[in-house]
Design a protein around this ligand. Structure first.
Ligand SMILES: O=C1O[C@H](COP(=O)(O)O)[C@@H](O)[C@H](O)[C@H]1O
Length: 343
């Protein structure tokens, strides 16, 4: 595997600590990362490399799927990490970053292969990619990749605009629009189940099933992400991406030798088969709610307020339920209900 630099925007954020560092660590111990790689974490806050590495180690202990209990492997892993202060809107910071990346590439004698991971709010996607372009960060001789999660725009037009802007800097092959729900073992097994489980195959039809409910039942609350949630909302944060991906994985009819294009095409068919939700149906088909702080299983659950001037913060925890009709599956109309509850 070729050496590369992983450039992480939003390195002090929630997604990085909960998912990205543990995921990288698990790849590392499975020898799925190259011999030499470097991770440069970016954030606005001043942080020494040592403090940054200590935070990462903490997140491994708290969130890694497999226990992080081998001090040697943790130290070897952490050695790859360095931190750089960057304000996404400051062009000079990108030149400073370029210097740091080049120094690391020289130290590791690696090709300038660079992966840019945007673990930041969607409002920064375009500024960051434009600055990657202008500063020359993306024009070295190696490969480059852009990894971006959600929300991808806030409506159809803004999603199209975002695509257009990203494509001025990255080719389609270089853009990875990811959804971490697709990496969940159970979601990945849905295809196998459909293809290989005769019992399931036999009952997956309109004579046996009238209604499918997809539930995201979380025990993690909004916590420090109240500012983000208040701004983005549950529909854009969870539904249009994660829950619809689960729907597509469940209903798509995969051939054994699927190509990327084929999967995309089939997913598009599923989406086109969803009956549009019209304004007049919203009252009957959509339930939205918010919880306040309370007790779960005898334990008090607080909504941690940020020091922000957002009036609604104390009612942040979302409940979302949406029902759609889907006509493609097994030749019948199915009712799909999606429920997201953050306890
Ligand atoms: O993307 C998100 O997903 C998490 C839930 O992910 P999980 O892997 O822990 O099930 C959710 O808590 C968060 O609000 C959302 O942004």
């Amino acid at each position: 595997m070729e050496a590369f630099t992983f450039v992480l925007f939003g390195a002090t954020g929630d997604l990085a600590k909960r998912k990205i560092y543990p995921a990288l660590y698990n790849l590392f111990i499975d020898h799925k990362l190259p011999q030499s790689f470097s991770v440069i974490g970016l954030g606005r806050r001043e942080l020494t490399n040592e403090a940054f590495q200590a935070n990462i180690e903490h997140s491994l202990h708290e969130f890694s799927r497999r226990e992080a209990n081998d001090p040697n492997s943790i130290q070897n892993f952490l050695r790859a990490f360095s931190y750089c202060v960057l304000d996404v809107g400051h062009k000079e910071d990108y030149y400073k970053l370029l210097k740091l990346i080049e120094t690391k590439e020289e130290e590791l004698q690696s090709e300038p292969n660079r992966m840019f991971y945007l673990s930041v709010g969607p409002e920064f996607f375009e500024t960051i990619t434009a600055n990657i372009h202008e500063s020359g960060l993306g024009s070295a001789n190696g490969w480059k990749r852009l990894v971006i999660e959600k929300p991808f725009g806030h409506d159809l037009q803004s999603a199209r605009d975002l695509n257009t802007n990203l494509k001025q800097v990255f080719t389609e092959d270089e853009i990875f629009r990811i959804d971490h729900y697709l990496g969940k073992p159970m979601v990945q097994k849905l295809v196998d189940l459909q293809l290989n489980n005769p019992v399931l195959k036999a009952v997956l039809d309109n004579r046996h099933i009238a209604n499918v409910q997809i539930t995201a039942n979380e025990i993690v609350g909004v916590e420090e992400r109240a500012g983000y949630y208040d701004h983005v909302g549950a529909v854009r944060d969870m539904f249009q991406n994660h829950m619809l991906q689960v729907l597509m994985m469940l209903t798509i009819n995969f051939p054994n030798n699927s190509t990327t294009e084929n999967v995309r095409f089939k997913k598009k068919l599923v989406m086109e088969s969803l009956e549009l939700l019209h304004k007049e149906d919203v009252r009957t088909n959509v339930v939205r709610g918010q919880y306040e702080a309370g007790m779960i299983q005898g334990k008090p659950v607080l909504v941690i307020l940020l020091n922000l001037t957002l009036p609604l913060l104390h009612k942040m925890i979302p409940l979302l339920q949406l029902s759609y009709k889907l006509t493609i599956i097994f030749g019948a109309v199915f009712l799909f209900t999606f429920v997201q509850v953050k306890e």
